[in-house]
Design a protein around this ligand. Sequence first.
Ligand code: BES
Ligand code: ZN
Ligand code: ZN
Length: 496
Amino acid sequence: MEWKLTREPLASVATDAIIVFHSKERESTQGMAREIDEALGFRISSLITAGEITGKLGEVTQLHNWGKIPSGRVIVVGLGEGDQTDLHQFRHAIAAASRAAKQKGLKSLGIGCPSSIIDRYNAVDAVQAIVEGIELGTYEHQKYQSETKKRELKSVLISIPQLNEQAAQAGIERGQIFARATNFARYLSHEPANLLTPQQFVDHAKQVAEKRGLDMEVLDESRLADLGMQALLSVARGSEAGARMIVLSYRGAPESTEVLGLVGKGVTFDSGGLQLKPSPFMLDMKEDMAGAAAVLAAMDAIGELRPHSNVLAVIPVCENMVNGQAYRPGDVIRSFSGKTIEVAHTDAEGRIILADAISYAKRKGATRLVDVATLTGAVVVALGHEATGMMGNDEEWADEVKSAARIAGERMWELPMYKEYGIYVESEIADVKNEGGSPAGCIQGGLFLQAFAEETPWVHLDIAGSATAPRESGIFAKGATGVAVRTLIQLAVRFG
Ligand code: BES
Ligand code: ZN
Ligand code: ZN
């Protein structure tokens, strides 16, 4: 998509459509919308009076220009409660408007950056939000159909009367980097498991490493065996596809010993293993690598932004399948850390492969950790698809991740890690077990991983709910959301 800036008012730009905003409980149009409204002979105001335009967040109303302005159409989009509009809502509204424009087959858009948003935040963040709203809102998942309708939004012109060119340009660049990375994660998550095998995931990682000049190491099965990574190898044994551990490293602060470690669950398909998932629950399990996708996509963006920090990514990839070699309930596995794991449930495989990945990230020098994983159905019960479940062992580090998420506009909610919950992962024959019944299912996942993070400040993000959107809404297309990518990038930028 091509991005351009102008000082000219929206009423005089010539695009296929211009986007203007309206907030709830306002009887008339304001700011830029006012100018357009006047030019159109107050047609927008009359629709407001008629109750057809309410200003509800994401409400889209399309009007023609009646030959009164150079642009072909006017799209009025609701901003919700005007005085409280945050960047999250701002993106949501812009995404809804631009998606509607794309669906109509429009190719160029004009959009004004409301001065209220610039005043409350700043020009960089406001423009970044516009770019993210449009690039994320107009994203469409890969299709494999012989005939597809090809619609493409080609250019967007942002009108800012008091234009600070440098700030706006920085906002465009950041917005593009954050949105492209998110869309890359969406693409990977959405790919069917037969087209994105562990080896194909490795190939994607190689391309990222080459493009961004990152150091890359791929541990294959014999290397994994030499290192004693039986946790990852055990889960992978039920599949012909085998296991890989991908290690990517970005060194933007060579003088520092601080290293941000990002770990992502990369189960390219989760059948449940011998404790096979019931059919309806298996269908979406191609997305069980959304955590790995988020980490890889974030590394892509970090390699492009080049912040002053060191970032290490460790991504275990495999399938959880069934054959004569598959791991069994009751098996005891020695992990890379030396701790033994009792397999209480073969479908709680994510935490097992993450155990080795977290230990390896520490071995490789990570001083702070974040893992991202589609770990439990329980987090979907607790928080739905609207928020990521967050747990950790260090308050300060958890606060850091929370602020990064807030800035990125992603919702994360912390769950408690009281030590009384420890009974659920206590094993009678091994150091830990991977499942302890239905209570506190999401927290059990966190507690299990904590045993491997040990003293290193660590945050666990359970994205099993937030990685998929059940319906199209705001910046989300139905399906993979690319959640956590923007938070991770933000974290790496702030880490420096
Ligand atoms: N990949 C699933 C979790 C999941 C569920 C992701 C729904 C996306 C949507 C994970 O490996 C799993 O199967 N977890 C089990 C754990 C249980 C056996 C302790 C679960 O949540 O049922
Ligand atoms: Zn599972
Ligand atoms: Zn899984």
